[in-house]
Design a protein around this ligand. Structure first.
Ligand code: NDP
Length: 315
């Protein structure tokens, strides 16, 4: 049968390119889980996705209520969940002040990590119940959270510290808005959220892979310097970043190519290994990449998991 894949943030960039690639294959029905219904419909239309191959469903990851509502709506649709792709993200590199989710969490970690954490936990049982031969839960990572790489060493570096800010709820009232308890820094908050994404994937793998057979994976698709992720950066940066990535670092990848890479992690029969962080070499061949010390620290992964459970109301 056709598989069903849920992709968060499929209204632009990597999510949209992946949705297009999977829908075109004819093997997938894509659930575009997006905060802006009309934008998602228009986006699907603009890349020529056929109506029967996708459904737009409302999901605002910056609200735990919305996450729960999405899961309820999805369950009511009676579709199976075969693959879930946690792709959506916000990045606020120039913000001087933090912004917050509906539940009062700093926006980047609240959206990129906590929203996805609740979503994947709530859908896990349904995934277990699916009869699809290769079920996968994929969380998009990033090189910038990996301090064992050149890009990951551009300051401010990711660092979760002792997670005192996360434990306090990142609300800026009785706790810092940053996971490590430091002063707000939008670029660092994004990198920290990506470390949480990669740690969460590994903790899922340790807790659930053997029992459920679900493949848990993360990836760095390459630097997609043209996406909306950089929309809040200064104009000069936005102008120079794509050619810099193309000609200097040579890490540039088009949205189309990055979408094909993520689509591989969703459906390629050779990428079924669980607990892996995928990357691609210069010839666009996938390989299992090494995570930084922090992003592969099992005790930190457990702690992120346990603290996040409390914050999203699961324990
Ligand atoms: P985009 O900004 O183009 O896409 C991000 C998507 O997330 C958008 O569709 C956006 O929705 C959605 N989104 C943001 N906030 C919410 C929310 N509260 N609820 C639901 N959806 C939301 O960026 P990219 O395509 O580049 O990013 C996709 C993923 O790729 C991210 O996880 C990012 O960290 C990762 N990545 C990107 C790299 C790059 O170089 N661009 C490199 C490595 C990883 P809307 O359309 O409504 O704004």
């Amino acid at each position: 049968r056709q598989g069903t894949v849920i992709i968060t943030g499929a209204s632009s960039g990597l999510g949209l390119a992946t949705a297009k690639s999977l829908a075109e294959s004819g093997k997938w029905h894509v659930i575009m889980a997006c905060r802006d219904f009309l934008k998602a419909e228009k986006a699907a239309n603009s890349v020529g996705m056929a109506k029967g191959n996708y459904t737009v469903m409302h999901l605002d990851l910056a609200s735990l209520d919305s996450v729960r509502q999405f899961v309820d709506n999805f369950k009511r649709s009676k579709r199976p969940v075969d693959v879930l792709v946690c792709n959506a993200a916000v990045y606020q590199p120039t913000a001087r002040q933090p912004s917050f989710t509906a539940d009062g969490f700093e926006l980047s970690v609240g959206t990129n990590h906590l929203g996805h954490f609740l979503l994947s936990r709530l859908l896990l049982d349904d995934m277990k119940g699916s009869d699809y031969p290769s079920k996968r839960l994929i969380i998009v990572g990033s090189i910038t959270g990996n301090t064992n790489t050149l890009a990951g060493n551009v300051p401010p570096k990711a660092n979760l510290g002792d997670m005192r800010g996360l434990q306090g709820g990142l609300n800026g009232l009785n706790a810092s808005t940053m996971i490590d308890g430091g002063n707000f820094d939008g670029a660092k908050a994004y990198k920290d959220s990506k470390v949480c994404n990669m740690l969460t994937m590994q903790e899922f793998h340790r807790r659930y892979h053997e029992d459920t057979g679900i493949t848990f994976a993360s990836l760095y698709p390459g630097c997609i310097a043209t996406t909306g992720l950089f929309r809040e950066h200064i104009p000069l940066f936005r102008m120079l970043f794509p050619p810099f990535q193309k000609f200097v670092t040579k890490g540039f990848v088009s949205e189309d190519e990055a979408g094909k890479r993520l689509a591989q992690v969703v459906s390629d029969p050779s990428l079924t290994k669980s607990g892996v962080y995928w990357s691609w070499n210069k010839d666009s061949a996938s390989f299992e990449n090494q995570l930084s010390e922090e992003a592969s620290d099992a005790s930190k992964a457990r702690k992120v998991w346990e603290v996040s459970e409390k914050l999203v109301g699961l324990s």
